[in-house]
Design a protein around this ligand. Structure first.
Ligand code: FAD
Ligand code: N01
Length: 534
């Protein structure tokens, strides 16, 4: 017997869960949010490592659902740092009085569908359980930390930190020898800050990344003044864009290889000077589909690495060559490459000398022992499906989601999965999610789910579930787009390649935020074909 009953249970209190709760309340549904952390924020609660900040401009990476909220909130920088984004989400929770419906420090262990009562029962690690006809996950695509399975890790004598679970009180690296494992976005943001503090910093790299400049700066007050007079239009432009961002150099309507060299260089310099990742993703008609075209853009970025890094051997090690640019999420740089010009920083190439073991005194590669007092794991996430699969989700007939998805996720529109009635996934696999400005995609999912719940209420219906054939078609469509792109040529966490044993399946819809919204809108306007409702 469940302790408490609601119309909807929402799991997670990040951008997704907070807006979902607010939206449902406004429509007269009762909802309970369950959150493992002791406060709101999600990503921005957990990832407190030095240098953490957004890679989409703050004005873009914020809620649009409330005009007063966007008018009153002031961002201090073009790319806000983690404490400011967390303050923003805490402000949202206070402003809309959300915390009273959030159960904190409570981890969901299981969610089971009961066919007789047509309800979900959610059980937690506190022993409490909850029941509701609708279960909505806002678990995050990047919320299950990927702890590397390196022999001897537990024997390390110093402190071990994970970027995705950073201590709240911060870490003082002054006078310490620090080892960082990983060179993804988290390491790229944190290493310049750690290097400035630590006595010595050793960075262990398996795959170099393409890193483009942030060109961060304090907020341009004139721009904000103008923006606040026309925020509605700006938000509409985001929703109608490819990646969910409006303040960006548009895609050049030409193929890369058709552009003369001087024109190409001038344009790329302009994109570089403007900064940010969006201008480098899908920058030209063929940049994401033609390897030669992509190679020309990649070579421009490689030239920049050679300019920035003083030692040619280190520059070469930092230069990605084995995969096309923008097939991994591009990293945004505030002083990353310059960090390697410091005397106290060393780069270790794990392809030449892999890690054998971690010992009490440090990291031993096939070459030697690198002594360390502190170890930072910047090794990423069991992305996209990790947090869903960590919950024992059982649908119709007791079928387990993690078993049904053993060979990869199956969804319709990345929103629901056949056999799991009334279970909704905000930014689920096979939706645009991590391939976009996620706040735009989150808002679109929340609005779509809320509209569907209203539709069910108006029809007096109790259940909704995707039809297996619609789900199959959606999966095929996601795959077609993937195969037309250069993504198959890279080993990325989009494909689960960073987690040993995970099936290699592409989990992101890359047709664009605008195209995806059109599909979802059309489904809703046509009365939800592709879904069984009763
Ligand atoms: P999250 O913020 O991940 O929240 C999920 C919540 O669910 C967490 O609080 C977690 O504790 C909780 N949870 C998970 N499992 C359970 C469980 N079993 N029981 C109870 N609670 C549970 N995206 C961008 O578009 N732009 C950016 O600039 C950007 N920067 C990022 C920087 C970092 C360091 C990281 C890691 C990601 C970044 N992202 C960015 C992606 C980011 O995750 C999303 O933008 C967004 O914050 C996701 O919000 P969410 O609410 O969906 O998920
Ligand atoms: O994780 P990652 P992240 N031994 O998976 C390496 C968002 N984000 O936390 O590439 C040695 O990118 C791994 O090597 P390889 C953003 O979407 C945004 O940095 O697998 N190395 C890689 O170098 C981003 O894409 C921001 O060969 C090991 C690194 O660890 C996503 O979150 C900031 C290893 C992990 O990189 C994830 O980023 C932070 C092992 N056993 C995050 N296992 C912004 O800038 C893994 N690695 C906004």
């Amino acid at each position: 017997m469940a302790d408490r009953e609601f119309d909807a249970i929402i799991i997670g209190a990040g951008f997704s869960g907070l807006y979902m709760l607010h939206k449902l309340r406004g429509l007269g549904f009762s909802a309970q949010v369950i959150e493992a952390a002791d406060d709101v924020g999600g990503t921005w609660y957990w990832n407190r490592y030095p240098g953490a900040r957004c890679d989409i401009e703050s004005f873009e990476y914020s809620y649009s659902f409330d005009e007063d909220l966007q008018q009153e909130w002031e961002w201090s920088e073009r790319y806000a740092a983690q404490p400011e984004i967390l303050r923003y989400l805490q402000h949202v929770a206070e402003r809309f009085d959300l915390r009273r419906d959030i159960e904190f420090e409570t981890r969901v262990l299981a969610a089971h569908w009961d066919e007789g009562s047509a309800r979900w029962t959610v059980t937690t690690d506190t022993g409490k359980s909850y029941t509701a006809p609708y279960c909505i996950t806002g678990l995050g695509c990047l919320s299950s930390f990927n702890r590397p399975d390196i022999p001897g890790l537990d024997s390390f004598a110093g402190e071990v930190y994970s970027t995705g679970q950073w201590p709240h009180q911060g870490v003082d690296f002054t006078g310490k020898k620090v080892a960082v494992i990983g060179t993804g976005s988290s390491a790229i943001q944190s290493t310049p800050v750690i290097a400035a503090e630590a006595d010595r910093l050793t960075i262990f790299q398996r795959t170099p990344n393409y890193v483009v400049p942030a060109q961060n700066h304090p907020t341009d007050r004139e721009f904000v003044g103008q923006l606040k007079q026309s925020y509605g239009e700006f938000r509409e432009a985001q929703r109608r864009s490819l990646l969910g961002a409006a303040r960006v150099l548009p895609q050049t309507p030409k193929t890369v290889l058709s552009i003369p060299e001087d024109e190409f260089q001038a344009e790329m310099e302009q994109r570089w000077a403007m900064g940010g990742l969006v201008g480098f993703m899908a920058s030209h008609l063929d940049s994401g589909t033609d390897r030669d075209a992509n190679e020309r853009i990649a070579e421009f970025v490689r030239g920049k690495i050679r300019e920035k890094v003083a030692d040619p051997d280190t520059a070469e090690l930092l230069t990605p060559r084995s995969y096309p640019i923008a097939t991994k999420r591009l990293c945004v740089d505030i002083g990353y490459y310059e960090t390697f010009n410091r005397d106290n920083v060393e780069l270790v190439d794990l392809n030449a000398t892999p890690i054998d073991t971690i010992e009490p005194q440090g990291v031993r590669t096939s070459d030697k022992l690198y002594e360390a007092d502190a170890l930072v794991l910047a090794t990423g996430f069991d992305a996209m499906t990790g947090s869903l699969n960590r919950i024992d989700i059982r649908g119709r007939g007791g079928e387990k989601l993690r078993e049904k998805w053993a060979e990869g996720p199956h969804t319709h529109l990345g929103l629901m999965s056949a056999g799991f009635p009334n279970l909704f996934m905000i930014t689920g696999p096979q939706s645009p999610s991590v391939g976009s400005n996620m706040v735009v995609s989150i808002e679109q999912h929340v609005d779509w789910i809320a509209d569907l719940l209203v539709h069910l209420r108006e029809r007096g219906a109790g259940q909704v579930e995707p039809l297996p054939e619609s789900q199959k078609e959606w999966g095929e469509h996601v795959d077609v787009l993937f195969n037309m792109s250069l993504h198959p040529q890279a080993n990325t966490w989009y494909l689960g390649a960073n987690v040993p044993g995970k099936p290699r399946v592409f989990t992101v819809y890359i047709g664009g935020v605008h195209a995806y919204r059109n599909v979802c809108d059309e489904v809703a306007e046509s009365g939800y074909p592709g879904f069984a409702i009763d």
